[in-house]
Design a protein around this ligand. Structure first.
Ligand code: ADP
Ligand code: MG
Length: 579
């Protein structure tokens, strides 16, 4: 391809609304353009790269035995009503009404539709394992689209769904996808971390996330330094803390007047104490009624863990009216004393149970209670009291005795064991070996295609621009004739261009009538991995320069041999990313 005939609108200035490097570079290198909030067009360079990612994902899915199909993006709302997910997804799901008043959803994912097909096509255990996938646009009305294509409202996802007759089969299907994912990310040139994840509202029994470590990631990876454990923050389980000493001679609880101080920070300032000395009482609404969760003032509640403790149903923070009814006080003054009788369940975090003494809300507007001793002043056991792990892991925590570390990351893929949640609700059953009707065991597996591209750039760049891994670069080679008005230079460059094209190397020639300096700046920005520079001086010596984008040094090569050397170089770079 000729640069002069391409559309590569590079930009010098850093775009104002682009917060992170990959977003800035994707705009500046002319890979994408924004159309509206959370929707982007891929320009030629961006689309070429995206197509390569799609090709890698497709090859690995096919190699793992998954079958590619294509389902509509518009799903009848009834299907989503049948699984209850039209409610669970809430406002994140786009809905459209047709001229006859019928509602559809723009698929944010496609468990329902794939299960619908499985229900119709699978009759016998002999038809399984079956794994079907598609690569298509997904739609999510994200509350806050951000970071360019990383959290957008329309994006490309590869989603696969497996159907098996028994748990062993499900495990095999799951591991086939897990291993295929490892190959995909390795081939895309990414450094990735696999973490245990919560299967959450997907329903199911196991999940892993594939995460690209980088500071701008929205997810938190929690890991033990020796590599023995890694989970995301939603899932990471922490050891109970050792019991603090000194609870024995604490005087009786005492209410103190704390007018208009509701937040932890305000109370601490007012009572001259620390968040870690406080017990936070949070009231939630669950399907069985209000529940209270107690965590230390410096900790964060973990909604996933809370949901698990309550058996998986829907849980949300209670509204003001409920909190007032339960505690008899305004929001901000809830406390554990005399609370167990007023709620369905009291869930106490290990770290609270380990406190010697703490400050709590008094269940009385404008009052807090000092000298509260867990176990003495409120029960740590009983019919509706549980002490367990319901908070996010924090600095200083351990897992199986190993200190936990924290790192930010971008989730690029996730695999789930779903079990029978969807198959039961949508009638995807089969006759087993004994002729008994049984629901299929399902797994589902997603990869964010656009996120692979953005996170590759997030991970591989320098001050001057993108450094593409060759497997997903828009072109393998960029040829830069430095002086467009020198016939020898142009001729040499054009010859190498033709020779490389002839052997199937994807090559871009910068034939624009511009100064070398401008061409080099653009070359660094768009980040093509192999560069051939054809300048007046070296051509006079019969040479050209070959340089890798990620290396500072270039090397001379006889012009006549350049195409062969470059072809070899391209092959060896690609070889390094094979699996
Ligand atoms: N808003 C989005 N924009 C771009 N990619 C997304 C978005 N939401 C999800 N993805 C990608 O799709 C993959 C599969 O989605 P899923 O696991 O269902 O998403 P989530 O964990 O956000 O619910 C994710 O791992 C991620 O790479
Ligand atoms: Mg996910």
């Amino acid at each position: 391809m000729r640069y002069s005939q391409m559309l590569i609108p590079t930009v010098k200035e850093v775009p104002a609304d682009a917060e992170i490097t990959s977003h800035q570079l994707m705009l500046r290198a002319g890979l994408i353009r924004k159309v509206a909030s959370g929707t982007y067009t891929y320009l030629p360079l961006g689309w070429r790269s995206l197509k390569k990612i799609i090709a890698i994902v497709r090859e690995e899915m096919d190699r793992a035995g998954a079958l590619e199909i294509l389902v509509p993006s518009m799903h009848p709302l009834e299907l989503w009503d049948q699984t209850g997910r039209s409610g669970d997804y809430g406002p994140t799901m786009f809905r459209v009404e047709d001229r006859h008043g019928k509602w559809s959803v723009l698929g944010p994912t496609a468990e329902e539709v794939f299960t619908f097909h499985a229900a119709a096509e699978i009759q016998s255990y002999k038809q399984m394992p079956l794994n079907m996938y598609q690569i298509s646009a997904k739609f999510r009305d994200e509350y806050r689209p951000r970071f360019g294509v990383i959290r957008s409202r329309e994006f490309m996802m590869k989603d696969a769904y497996s159907f098996d007759a028994d748990p062993k089969g499900l495990h095999q299907s799951y591991m086939a996808m897990y291993n295929a994912y490892c190959r995909v990310f390795k081939r895309c040139g990414l450094e990735y971390v696999i973490v245990e994840a919560e299967s959450g509202e997907m329903g199911g029994s196991g999940s892993h996330q594939f995460t690209i470590p980088c500071d701008s990631g929205e997810d938190t990876i929690v890991y033990a330094e020796d590599g023995s454990y890694a989970a995301n923050l939603e899932k990471a389980a922490v050891d109970p803390l050792p019991k603090q000493q000194g609870g024995g001679d604490i005087p009786a609880p005492e209410n103190v007047h704390t007018p208009n101080v509701g937040s932890i920070e305000a109370v601490c300032a007012f009572l001259q104490t620390q968040p870690r000395e406080m017990i936070k009482t949070l009231i939630f609404s669950s399907e069985s009624g209000p529940v209270a969760a107690l965590i230390r003032g410096d900790h964060e509640i973990n909604p996933e863990k809370l949901t698990q403790v309550l058996g998986g149903g829907h849980v949300e923070l209670a509204d003001e009216a409920t909190i007032q009814k339960v505690t008899g006080a305004k929001v901000g003054f809830a406390g554990p004393l005399e609370l167990a009788g007023r709620v369905h369940k009291v869930i106490i975090d290990h770290a609270v149970a380990a406190m010697a003494v703490g400050v709590t809300g008094a269940n009385k507007t404008d009052f807090h209670t000092k000298n509260v001793v867990p176990g003495r002043d409120f029960p740590l056991e009983g019919d509706n009291v549980v002490v367990t792990d319901v908070r996010n892991a924090a600095q200083g925590d351990t897992h199986d005795g190993k200190p936990l570390r924290f790192r930010k990351g971008i989730e690029v893929g996730q695999v789930f064991k779903l079990g029978t949640k969807y198959s039961t609700k949508l009638g995807a059953t089969f006759l087993d070996e004994n002729g008994i009707e049984t629901p299929c065991l399902m797994g589902c597996y997603g990869i964010g295609i656009n996120r692979i591209m953005a996170s590759a750039i997030e991970q591989l760049n320098d001050a001057n621009g993108i450094i593409w891994p060759i497997s997903i670069a828009p072109f393998d080679v960029l040829i830069t004739p430095v002086n467009q008005d020198e016939p020898d230079v142009v001729q040499t460059a054009e010859q190498i261009y033709r020779q490389l094209q002839d052997v199937g190397v994807e090559v871009l020639i910068d034939d624009r009538d511009l100064r070398g300096g401008i061409k080099f700046k653009d070359a660094d920005l768009i980040g093509i991995p192999v560069r051939v520079t054809v300048g007046k001086k070296s051509v006079a010596e019969g040479n050209v320069e070959i340089k890798l984008r990620h290396q500072a040094e270039s090397r001379k090569c006889p012009a006549a041999q350049a195409a062969q050397d470059v072809g070899q170089l391209v092959r060896s770079l690609k070889e390094q990313l094979r699996t």
